[in-house]
Each structure stands twice: as C-alpha cells, then as structure tokens.
Design a protein. Sequence first.
Length: 605
Amino acid sequence: MPVAENNGWLGRSGPYAWWRPVTRWGRALWLGLVCVSLAACSLSPAAIDRPYLLESILGDPSTFNYYLSNDNTTRVVLGPTLSGLTRLNSDTLEWEPELAESWEVFDDGLRLVFTLRPDLKWSDGEPLTVEDVRFTFEDVIFNDAIETSSRSVMEIGEARILPQLSVVGDRQLEFQLPEPFAPFLQVVGTPILPKHVFARGIEQTDSDGYPLFLKQWGLDTPVRHLVSSGPYVLSSYVPGQRVEYRPNPHYYRSGDNGETLPKTQRFIRQFVASQDNQLLQFRSGSLDIYTLRGSDFQLLKREEDSGQFTIYDLGPTLNNSFFCFNQSTGLDSDRNPLVAPVKSRWFRDVNFRQAVSFAVNRQRLINTVLRGLGEPQISPISPANPFHLSAENGRLPLYPYDPERAKQLLLDSGYTYNSRGRLLDADGNEVRFTLNTNVGNTAREAMAASIDADLNRIGITVDVSLIDFGILDQKLTTTFDWEAVMLSLGGGGTEPNSGANVWRSTGNLHLWNPTGRNGQALEGREVTDWERELDAIFSQGTKELEFDRRKELYDRFQIIVQEQLPLIGTVNPLSLVAVRDRVLGADPRPILGELWNLEELQVIP
C-alpha cells in the first residue's frame, strides 16, 4: 500500500559552480570542515571493520511495529526483517511462494488454501506456524481497534468485506472470499507477525480501552526483543545515527548451491538527514549505495570509474509526486474547523485547483531540479506501471504551463485582483496558504520554492514551511491541521488497489479529505460524488480478473483524478542508483529496486 515517502545535474552553472574558483588550500580546508562536521553524526569507514554493507536513509523510523506505520522510512527499515506468504518473482514479476510452500485455488478463485513451508522458525527459535498467519490477519489487520493502512487494501467489493480464514491442517490455512479479488496474491504478501510476542497485546487493553498492541515494539523497545522472519534481525538501533542488522540464524532460504543466506554478515543503515550530506559520504567512499537526485548525475557520472561504482537507470519511479490541499469540512475534538472555512472554500473549488495546476511550470522543475532526468507527473499512476493512461490516448486532462489561462479561470470563477496584483476571493479575502513539506529532501524543498514563485505570478501568496517528517506525518494522520502539503507516495507496486487506502473515501490516507482516527468519522465531514465514484471503481476493479477490463476501470480513475485534482502532480524523476563495485551480486531492477536480492549480496573489503 502506498506510504508517504521521506525522500538536477551539476554543471558549470549548477549549484557547485562556485567550487572551481576556490584555491587548492581553500578546498582542502573546506573538505576538512565537512569531514569534522560529518564525523559528529555519521559512521566513518574507519569506525567499523569491513566487510559490511552500508547505505543511508534520511531519518529514523517512527516505530518498529509494521502495522502502526504509515511512512516509507519505517517500512524500509523493517523490510529485511519481514516475510509474507508470497513475494514477487524477480524475473516474471508474478507472485510466488515465500513463507508459503504452495497454494491451491478452488471455487473459481473464491477459496484459496495455502500450505506453509515445513519447519519454519522465527529468529528466536520459536516455530512459525499457520496460527501466526491467522493471528496476523484476523487479530491484527482485521481488528477495528487497530488503525492500519493494510486493512483498506484487503476490503473486498462495495461492502468492504474482509476475507474469512480458517486453519485446515498442520500447515494449511484457507481463505474464503466473498467475490473474485484480483490482487489477493499480492495482499497476502503482507508481513506475518509472531503471535507468541503480540498475543498479549491483543488480549489486554490500557486504561482507555485500547489494545496494548498499539504500544508494543515502539522505538524504545530493545532490539533484542524484536523477532524476525526475514533474512536479517535488527541488532542495534542508535536514535539519530543508524540501525544495524545481523543475519537471522533461522532464515528459511538458502542459496542456489545450498550456501547460507544472507551472505553479508553485517548490514548498516545510517541516518543522514540531508541529501547533500548523503552525496558527500558516497563520494568519500563510505556509502555502498546511493539514490541519485537529477542534480547529482553529471558529477557522479564523471567519477564512476575512479570511484569504482556503477550508476543504474531504473526508469521512471513508481511514485506519485504531488502537492494537495486540505479540503476537509470536518471538525476537531473541540468542534472547531480543521481548516479555516474561508480557505476550505478555495480548496474545495475545482476551478481553483485547476488554475493552480495550470500555473505550475513543471518543465522548469524538470530542467532545474531534476536536470532533465524526469517528466511531468500527469497521472496518479506512473508511466512505469502497466495501468498508466498515456497522454497520447487523448482522454487524460492535462495542465500545461499557462499562467494566463490560470488567471482567466480564476476570474471566471469569481475571484478578482487588487491594485497590488494579489488574488482576492468573492468576499475580498486575499488568497494565501501554508505549504508544508519535509525538511532535508533538497529536491522537494527546491520544488516547493519554485511552486511558491509560480503561484506568486498569479497573485497567490504561499508560505513554505519545512518541517520534520515525523511532525508532518502527525499532521497528516492524527491532527489534520494543515492547509497544503507536498509529498510523494510510493511502496505500492504496480497494483492500483495498493492505493485503496489513499483513494477510497474510507481510507486512512485519504489525505485531502481525511476520514478521522481509529475508524471514527470526523464530525462535519462531507464526501463528494466523484469520491464515491472512485470508491465504486476500486470496488469493481478488484473483482475484474481480465487485465483489459481492469485497465478500463483504472483509466476512468485516472481521468477523474486529473479532472478533480485532489492531488496535483508535480514531476516524476528517473530512478537512478549508484552501487559500489565491491558489492557483489548487485542487480538493481525497475519496480524491484536496488535491494530486492539483499540476501544474495556480498561485500568484499
């Protein structure tokens, strides 16, 4: 399911153009200062013995409890420790067994029986059984007292019915579905949790009546208590610095020649809150893997041979990059509007949203921020996805840069301009709002500044606010006290239903019109007719098993989103990753990414 992502070309006129005139001694002094400053917050190559695999991410996870997370950083951190019943085949991109050994399909797809691999164990040596699988689905994901994004993508049909489970053998578990559900093999790839660890948290509640599960595996939990089914276990967590992984001694897989997996005995993810600092660390030789910004490409391409690394072009990302407005009419716990009614009226006006979209110069974003290595985000589904509706089809509403058209659309909608050229609504209120995005993502910061300038040209004042991602996540999922936000959603693969938690009006990441917390609808919330049509599309889309008929439905979904613009697309960068030559077995691929075969990677000194 989509989760919020916590994530130009350097030439003579680029941001590093000042480097060349600086004297040799000045450069040495500057590098020395950088090394001193980085040493305080990073892991130097000399700090630990090779071989180890080292990459960096922008910040800490929000929890160690997978089903309580909404952010991609947390799921990236937990990924090497988790396994599901199924996984993507790296060659066919079809779903294949993981913890399951096999499955059988009965009754035209309405009944599926999974058989677990024999002798599975958790990292603490306890047996991993069908009861763990049943517990994960019935007691955690399907539990209304637990607010998790994973439930939305398993709700079937317009009635949002969840599968029924029953244990039918020592290693067999049966799922019964109310109707055909095309993405089922994907959704059962969700991580399985250890019942022997979490059962108490489901059975017992706190003084407010909430399951203790909601407090289990927080960041204060000692990592020795965290149990894994994946190739690695977390062996160390230093807040603000890094997480370390060691091999899971009971990992079920072995190599093609019977060798023990994973091959790398030590894997480290370092928290580096600035992409600029990540780049410096990669160039210094400490990082093994680095995800490039467009602005990094020219510089690193020149250093590819001397730096002993390879840059891989994985094509367009699967992410949906956008900014959006909080259209909520809901009330907070004190019955105050979440969004000032004056601003809510602007944000709910589709003509206002379309005018804003026409005012954004996406090609300039591509040229300046991505350095030409990307394309406009014209649909919520990436061109890397087979469900993408191409602009060449002629049915997709497009918003080429046209500030005069934007102004005229606003004037036709009852807005006016004052003597200073500032936009006023029909009641004479000056149009001004705050745009939040996360600090540390320099590309996103630059895009926010560019959009600020674009909207200023049509008389709209934007106050850009850069805040910590954790605080931003709280605003989006808990307090809902924001006006506009710039983000990227990713992590859902190619299946459109992975975005059900965003696009269904009941989804817990229905950002522009939040549903509320813990399944309790916000008082005063209104759902539009087009949002209900999206609900119907996502209900129908999962029951269609034939690709062309499913694509017709999701084409209509993309058209509605581009007409109504709940999320206003920005740009889709190319996915570029640099990997050190000392990482043997590296095979970055589109869709799968750079670490899809993590357990097979081996690092040489």
